[in-house]
Design a protein around this ligand. Structure first.
Ligand SMILES: N[C@@H](CCC(=O)N[C@@H](CS)C(=O)NCC(=O)O)C(=O)O
Length: 213
């Protein structure tokens, strides 16, 4: 029987991973469909009809036919619809949303870019890598300060803020960013990775789709 959710994505894609991670932590099985970016499948009309931005991920909720785009918006949708990881109060939900915006503004660009350049699927030289390293360090310092005396980014239990931010930091090593100087961040990652259902990118998406990525 098909799962409720169908995740369309690419093995190496951080935003695809984030959505899969949310589903795994929420205990929701999902079907995975590889989108052939190399062949430009994401820019063809049949895919664009489902994902207006021509990007991965795309999540289909088969319970209601919704086609959902933008990983942070998808996390919010899943938190709402599954009643998990959304924050306990309105204030927590607002703070959670703040961190999602912060992530895509301050943290994710430098980690993704540095990783992309190092893995060879983005262009950029030494200057770009230096800028990424400085921006990443500044963002991680902010996070480390915020996590002092806290177990989770918002409230008393994990939320989509933790999923979103850790879903980027999981690529820190590939981006040549060393997290060990950030004690609060390192401890929080340890707590996060101990959550039931947690999987690293290499364990989450079907390995056979890696060759195609
Ligand atoms: N803000 C988007 C970013 C998605 C994104 O950058 N996807 C990349 C793969 S990681 C993609 O589809 N690239 C192909 C393209 O933009 O043409 C999200 O969070 O979902």
């Amino acid at each position: 029987m098909p799962a409720r959710f169908e995740l369309n994505g690419v093995f190496l894609s951080g935003p695809t991973y984030k959505v899969g991670l949310m589903l795994a932590l929420a205990g929701e099985a999902f079907d995975y469909v590889h989108v052939n970016l190399m062949a430009g499948e994401h820019k063809q009309p049949p895919y664009l009809a489902k994902q207006r931005y021509g990007q991965v991920p795309l999540l289909v909720d088969r319970n209601n036919g919704r086609h959902l785009c933008q990983s942070a918006a998808i996390l919010e949708y899943l938190a709402d619809t599954l009643g998990k990881f959304g924050g306990a109060t309105l204030d927590e939900r607002l703070q959670t949303r703040e961190w999602l915006y912060w992530d895509f503004d301050r943290l994710a660009p430098s980690i993704y870019r540095s990783r992309g350049i190092r893995l060879g699927f983005m262009k950029g030289g030494e200057e770009s890598l230096e800028l990424c390293a400085a921006n990443a360090a500044s963002a991680i310092k902010t996070l480390d300060g915020h996590l002092a005396g806290r177990n989770w980014i918002v409230g008393e239990s994990p939320t989509i803020a933790d999923i979103d931010v850790s879903g980027v930091l999981v690529y820190a090593a590939e981006a040549a960013v060393d997290l060990t100087p950030y004690a609060n961040v390192s401890a929080w990652i340890g707590r996060f990775e101990a959550l039931p259902g947690f999987k690293r990118p290499t364990d989450l998406l079907p390995p056979e789709s890696r060759a195609a990525a």
